[in-house]
Design a binder for this molecule. Structure first.
Ligand code: GLA
Length: 650
């Protein structure tokens, strides 16, 4: 990123400070965060529990203050007469004054009988009125007090009626004490470090995965814009979020046809896809056919969880209509997003073998597959690819995706499958998830040698069958509790070796996608597996994968602006073609019909070479205010002076 002239930069930061505005042009609730500020911290010593309520009319919970063996002090909160595990104490974040984009930290002590997984969860309603539930942190109580570990979370402005609640596996009596909800700090990304997508720009796309909630803080958006040119939706395009049970049942009732499950977009997917569309970020579709995160009702008579399993013929039709439906709804709404890849089938092999998974339901939590239950084996895979090929536009490449993909038996199974699919031109590539584990004092799993050997084998197959390879979910955990300088160094070396191996095969690999942004947001946060710390600062493993790679920065390659007079627009001045002088409002760079600090911010980012800063031709013409030809920091200074009421703009 180019440096702004000092005078303009100083003036800009002064104006930003005056207006308490972050560098993204809009006033964000996030910047009002006061780290450590208590939102609700209570040991229930005042016997006040009324801020918690039961979860709707079907919840039978009775919530009281109780002196039955509290965790600390004299009282705790007791939740009795629960008729299901989801019954429990819930608190509205809105009622507590919580705001979108702010990072919050929640924890609680809980006690439940027998063996109960007690969770702090988040519930919210999306723009379509659909409810979502997110289990965020949990601890197992077997009749003793346990602490549900701190969870850090945010929510975005399109998540409504956001509730934090505590639940347990069974409907047993539940006790809660020392509940804490506080504000976390607001972070900003490091701007002056290399951009990963630029560093690896000559080799492959560098991607990340993100959920709607993770995308809420501005820093996450900034991090993605700076480093990544591919986004995978962490959960939002999976069957459990795309399938609509009520609409499917209604369709069945109306038509008598039980082969057309209804598919619909969800607000959480839109949150991410709107962001990708706005900033032109290519997307990996993930995932169509999977044993996990796919509701059992999808496989049952009348679309009811307790119904009989349907037969193969019915399920094939349901699968076809589901796949068609997903492409229909997503591409109708987002025809302009570059969905360059889609995982058609995910994780079809059981126990790191080349065999199918055991039959069963995903909800049972044992990794069993309802697909295998209906089909008896993995014969559902080929039709899935046939339907995907039939309904996906040609630009969407189709992948088989799996983890522990370098384990010999499993890899052999994957390769056999892929050969069979490639014979009929049904597949375009193999997705190697690459969830890796670095171990203290012993070799990593996989060792870099094992990973390299596995990759080499895939490369040979890819070359032979003319397929692409993508690393789709890369993360590398450290052993629990191993988080000192030595750990960071070992992780840096490991990541560096892995990336070097991937670069070696750059001609066969089109994307390397990390599964997440900052360590604390990872699904394996305990192992600090990603490239960025919780505060968005880079880790040693970031440096190690950047060091030594020659690359060209976007500032010198993509910032050439169309011009009528000159093609040497890579230097200080950007030449502007005035589109329509009658529409000109001097200083209105972002075309919002007013001139304020958001125009200055946008112009500053644009001049600084930030590829996320989009300025239209009209915006550029409006930004030309210093009386000299071409956009420069002098224009920025003039706009800032105008905002400070020091000059009039012409
Ligand atoms: C698998 C899936 C991903 C994700 C991760 C865990 O690897 O393919 O979609 O669910 O597990 O977050």
């Amino acid at each position: 990123m180019k440096r702004l002239h000092q005078a303009a930069a100083a003036l800009l930061s002064c104006v930003l400070a005056m207006q308490s505005m972050p560098l993204n042009g809009t006033v964000q609730a996030a910047d009002s965060a006061e780290p450590g500020k208590e939102i609700l911290v209570t040991g229930f010593e005042d016997k006040a529990v009324s801020m918690f309520s039961k979860r709707g009319d079907d919840d039978t919970s009775v919530i009281t203050a109780s002196d039955e063996k509290p965790h600390s002090g004299d009282y705790c909160m007791a939740i009795k007469e629960r008729s299901d595990g989801w019954n429990g104490p819930s608190i509205s974040l809105e009622s507590l004054g919580c705001k979108p984009g702010v990072r919050y930290i929640a924890s609680a002590w809980v006690k439940a009988q027998w063996y109960n997984d007690c969770k702090i969860s988040l519930q919210y309603t999306d723009a379509d009125g659909e409810q979502h539930y997110n289990n965020m942190s949990s601890a197992i109580s077997q009749g003793e007090w346990v602490k549900i570990p701190e969870v850090k979370f945010s929510f975005s402005s399109d998540m409504k009626d956001v509730q934090l609640y505590i639940e347990s596996t069974d409907k047993v009596e539940l006790y809660v004490d020392d509940f804490s909800l506080t504000e976390g700090p607001t972070y900003h990304i490091q701007k002056d470090i290399p951009s990963l997508k630029e560093v690896y720009g000559d080799y492959f796309k560098i991607g990340t995965a993100v959920t709607a909630a993770e995308l809420a803080p501005d820093a996450t958006k900034d991090l993605i814009l700076k480093h990544f040119n591919s986004v995978t939706l962490g959960n939002e395009l999976k069957p459990e979020n795309m399938l609509d049970q009520k609409a499917s049942q209604a369709y069945l009732k109306e038509t008598g046809d039980d082969t057309v499950p209804q598919v619909k977009m969800n607000g959480a997917a839109r949150t991410i896809l709107d962001f990708c569309r706005e900033y032109n970020i290519p997307v990996r579709g993930h995932t169509l056919v999977w044993h996990s995160q796919t509701p059992t009702w999808f496989f049952k008579d009348d679309y009811t969880k307790d119904g009989e399993w349907v037969d193969k013929a019915t399920m094939l039709k349901r699968m076809e209509n589901y796949i068609k439906g997903v492409f229909d709804v997503v591409l109708t709404e987002y025809p302009d997003i570059d969905f360059y890849a889609w995982d058609v089938v995910n994780e079809a092999f059981g126990n790191d073998s080349g065999n199918p998974r055991d039959p069963g339901t995903y909800e049972a939590g044992r990794g069993e597959s309802a697909w295998v239950k209906v089909f008896g084996d993995n014969s559902f895979i080929k039709p899935a690819f046939q339907y995907a090929r039939k309904y996906a536009p040609a630009n969407i490449k189709l992948y088989y995706n799996d983890y522990n993909e370098y384990m010999t038996a499993k890899q052999d199974g994957i390769i056999e499958l892929v050969r069979d699919l490639a014979k009929d031109n049904l597949i375009d590539g193999i997705g190697m998830q690459s969830h890796l584990d670095i171990r203290k004092g012993s070799d990593a799993f996989p060792s870099t040698g094992t990973y390299a050997a596995g990759l080499k084998k895939y490369v040979e197959v890819a070359k032979e069958l003319n397929l692409d390879l993508q690393v789709t979910e890369l993360d590398a955990t450290l052993d629990k509790g191993f988080h000192d300088d030595e750990a960071m160094e070992i992780q840096a070396k490991y990541y560096s070796d892995i990336m070097d191996t991937l670069v070696k095969y750059k001609d066969n690999i089109s994307a390397v996608v990390f599964w997440g942004t900052t360590d604390d947001q990872s699904w394996r946060a305990w192992g600090y597996p990603l490239l960025f710390n919780e505060d968005y600062s880079k880790k040693e493993c970031f440096d190690s994968i950047v060091d030594g790679i020659q690359y060209t920065t976007a500032a010198s390659t993509t910032r050439v602006v169309r011009t009528t007079t000159t093609t040497t627009a890579t230097t200080e001045k950007i030449t502007v073609t005035t589109p329509d002088s009658s529409k000109r409002l001097a200083g209105d760079v972002n075309l919002d019909k007013s001139v304020d600090v958001s125009d200055a911010v946008l112009l500053a980012k644009f001049l600084g070479g930030d590829s996320s800063a989009k300025v239209t031709d009209q915006g550029k013409a409006n930004g030309e205010v210093d009386g000299k030809e071409g956009l420069s920091t002098d224009d920025l200074t003039m706009i800032l002076k105008y905002i400070c009421k020091l000059v009039v703009l012409k």
